[in-house]
Write a new protein. Sequence first.
Length: 103
Amino acid sequence: MDGPAVAIIDRVTLGSDIVEGWLGRLRAEYAPGAERRGMRLAGTWWSYVGPGTIEVTVRWDVPDVRSFWAMRRAAGADPTVAAWWAATDAVATERHRSICSAS
């Protein structure tokens, strides 16, 4: 199999006026901690979903299922993770996370 064993897909719907700022904060504030927890930022994509509304898709990769669960434990112990997502929820109209892994 090529690629990671586990991909984490975050989809966040935001007003178009705040997308660039949110992505900048994602890269500057959230991504460094995510990398310490074993996640790799694989890419970001934008989709226009309505007037003034954009869905941002963020893909994170982790090497295997064991690493995924280790990352989850570390995230649960880090209050900055919950604070980051609470701040995102305050400005997002929708947010979804999907976890994908090879069978």
